[in-house]
Write a protein that binds this ligand. Structure first.
Ligand SMILES: [Zn+2]
Length: 382
């Protein structure tokens, strides 16, 4: 099968729904997307491996390499999308619609549309000798659990040294973002008649103390950590929801709190959790309650690639923009953990991601292809 033209590739990827979602009834396989990409890249001479994600049937990563040997450049993206509300779309989310000099469709911007641009960029160079391999990495479940990125190991990527991830950044290079932690504290006390406090142990009063300590910790962290490259320069801690008790005349027996923390690069989430745990112990003893503390999901680490790393310098030169920070999380920290220096750089705008009528503007296509070709020349051919 000959490789379809760019627009047809784009359309074909949008026509394969690949929603990932923590709600099982909405969650879909990404295998059709991965298999289609593998068939195109194999035709171009890439060596393609589809790696199933353990314990997640129907989910897989694709690693496609052109050229051999250690090192090289990774161009990465996720193959899943968020769920959508088709009734709020003017266009079909699951096909390409061209209108207003835009290509509309779910995943056009975030970010299945990145892969045809990579293919377009590389196809003219395939008759040249690659001194370092080019690796196209297509992951599963970025929008839900990041299990695809977590499942990667360095050997699969032939110890590649540089990577870009084509998430929507409006072609601005991004080298930093905060991490995400979502946590839950459950307090179990003992119910009793409200007229006599000695009959029970009030979980809500214990939670009051816990919240006081969390806000104090937040203040300490914000004094200690700050980075002016971020729009919100300090780490944040948000109290998101609280549930407890049942009736005014009963001593509250149960109270639960969920909160979110956005740590800056350099802050270690295990250390933050240890600091919280240390504050909980004396509160549990004083109020004679049981306090359980759990993360709601493993979290995404904060991300930072040094300003002077070759991939950052190259992308700054090719785009004419200096590298910055963003407020959303990516798979960047996982690739950096594998020994790569990773930069986030893609054609879409984050304002259009996760929205009805998601689109990619047509005037972003050629500049993206130009930048990707500049990276291929610099990191694979020279
Ligand atoms: Zn994305």
């Amino acid at each position: 099968m000959p490789l379809p033209p760019l627009k047809d590739q784009f359309d074909a990827l949008l026509r394969l729904p690949s929603i990932s979602c923590t709600q099982p009834n909405l969650d879909q396989s990404n295998l059709p997307v991965v298999e289609l990409l593998a068939s195109w890249l194999s035709d171009l001479g890439f060596d393609c491996r589809i790696l199933p994600i353990a314990d997640q049937p129907g989910k897989a990563n694709l690693i496609a390499s052109f050229g051999s040997g250690p090192g090289g450049l990774v161009m990465a993206g996720h193959t899943d999308t968020v769920p959508c509300n088709p009734e709020r779309w003017q266009h079909d989310p699951f096909a390409l619609t061209e209108a207003d000099n835009r290509w509309y469709g779910l995943g056009s911007c975030d970010m299945k549309g990145f892969f045809p641009l990579v293919i377009e960029a590389v196809r003219n160079y395939l008759d040249q000798p690659f001194k370092q391999p080019l690796i196209v990495l297509a992951t599963a479940d970025e929008e839900s659990s990041m299990s695809g990125a977590r499942a990667l190991v360095a050997a699969d990527l032939t110890q590649a040294r540089h990577a870009i991830i084509g998430e929507p950044t409006g072609m601005r290079p991004i080298r930093l973002h905060k991490g995400i932690m979502m946590e839950r504290i459950d307090i179990i006390g003992q119910a009793g008649h409200s007229s006599d406090p000695s009959l029970g142990h009030n979980a809500m009063e214990a939670m009051h103390a816990v919240i006081g300590d969390l806000l104090q910790l937040r203040g300490d962290w914000q004094k200690r950590w700050s980075n002016p490259l971020f729009g919100v320069p300090t780490p944040t801690l948000n109290l998101g929801c609280i549930h407890g008790g049942d009736n005014p005349n009963r001593i509250c027996a149960k109270c639960a709190l969920e909160f979110d923390i956005r740590p800056l690069p350099g802050m270690n989430s295990d250390e933050l959790r240890a600091a919280i745990r240390e504050r909980l112990r004396p509160i549990a003893a004083e109020h004679q309650v049981q306090i359980d503390y759990q993360p709601l999901f493993p979290g995404v680490p904060a991300f930072e690639t040094p300003a002077d790393s070759p991939i950052v310098r190259a992308c700054e030169e090719l785009t004419g923009q200096s590298a910055a920070a963003v407020a959303f999380a990516t798979e960047g920290p996982y690739l950096n953990q594998l020994g790569m220096q990773t930069l986030i750089l893609g054609p879409g705008d984050i304002d259009q991601a996760h929205q009805p009528d998601e689109f990619l503007a047509l005037d972003r296509l050629q500049p993206t292809i130009d930048v990707l070709q500049g990276l291929i020349r610099r990191f694979c051919l020279q």
